[in-house]
Design a protein around this ligand. Sequence first.
Ligand code: UD1
Ligand code: PEP
Length: 432
Amino acid sequence: MDVYKITGGKRLSGTIKVNGAKNSAVALIPASILANSPVQIEGLPGISDVWTLKNILEEIGGEVSFEDGTMSIDPTNMIDMPLPNGNVKKLRASYYMMGAMLGRFKHAAIGLPGGCFLGPRPIDQHIKGFEALGAKVTNEHGAIYLRADELRGAKIYLDVVSVGATINIMLAAVLAKGQTTIENAAKEPEIIDVATLLTNMGAKIKGAGTNIIRIDGVEELHGTNHTIIPDRIEAGTFMILAAAAGDGITIDNVIPFHMEALTAKLREMGVDVQESDESIHIPKPENLQAIDVKTLVYPGFATDLQQPFSVLMTQAEGSSMITDTIYSARFKHIDELRRMNASGRVEGRAAIITGPTPLTSATVVASDLRAGAALVIAGLLADGETEIREIYHIERGYSEIVEKLRGLGAEIRRETIDPVTSTKSDLSSDAN
Ligand SMILES: CC(=O)N[C@H]1[C@@H](OP(=O)(O)OP(=O)(O)OC[C@H]2O[C@@H](n3ccc(=O)[nH]c3=O)[C@H](O)[C@@H]2O)O[C@H](CO)[C@@H](O)[C@@H]1O
Ligand SMILES: C=C(OP(=O)(O)O)C(=O)O
């Protein structure tokens, strides 16, 4: 079993670089299926979700290489192979195989996706979109089967603003006959990034980044070169780390405009966020004040930063509340933070945290990706050695995290421990 061991309590300083965006990467890679010649994507993060998608494209006959952040994908010999199990269960974004394979082959059979458990994560809006485009969709033994004689453009109103449904419908619609309109579309920067790739492949898309997207179907799409946008969630995680445990940290390769909601909330707490063109500097913060935060769809405060931000709240003076309007059960990290002496409780869709509290080391478990990121920040703050387990969640979304944090002076290492000798009693003491 692999774990992170962190000796906390040191203030960190220096420059930390952000990688390409996970939530773009996991859509850009499947989008390449729609091309009739090779696609090259630069700046991809070396996270496990990207490697899993590489394996999935190879399973369906793609020729794929991935080196130094550049993935070259030759989709010419891909086939409409069913993918009911296996790799597709390892990540949430394997749902993009549905839209991309339906678009290219008019047929797909994809297992229901995995990814973080954050409460119910239905895909009904994706399916509503595919059906509107003319696909027959059935759920057979946990896999979604999609079949269409032809795909025809349609007007689709999303009942829920969904990143995944917006991108998946775009993927299925770019090769459909006629015009598709997605109303109440999500506006995340990753949607613009995917639309940019598809446009450079020859697609006709207007309005990506607004709540109405119009797509005029084309006969075919060709290969292209694309550079991915920076990861605003990784950048946000580092900004929160800088506010919690920094002694002057510069976060490099950021689009400050993407960070506006987080920046506003940090400033409200008393953090001095200094923006440049492609970087953000946060000097050593003093006297953090309690605030309330509510997660919302973009450009609101990202749910993916809710868990890391709750660690920062443990260091602020007073009682803070963080409400997650997107995911009802994204609070498993609170129990783990309580093991580390944090004072917090969950009430419905909100966590209430009182500070400032000195955190203490413990053996804790990452229940999901951003819970893991939160525990890394907590471990860096805590006195003594913290052990974080189930780190495969963290490595779905953060590449070279150990090396990057060491670059700031952190004492963190990845270690393989024996699960038998590391007794369960490490984890069994009740959280206070
Ligand atoms: C791979 C990827 O990009 N993951 C991100 C994506 O997830 P994902 O695309 O799964 O999230 P969505 O934007 O679709 O979900 C938003 C909300 O809509 C609900 N919903 C969604 C689809 C649907 O068909 N029906 C439905 O009810 C969800 O349960 C959730 O409450 O956006 C989330 C919200 O910003 C982020 O937390 C994830 O990091
Ligand atoms: C929830 C997340 O990812 P996924 O949708 O891939 O599970 C995340 O990135 O925080």
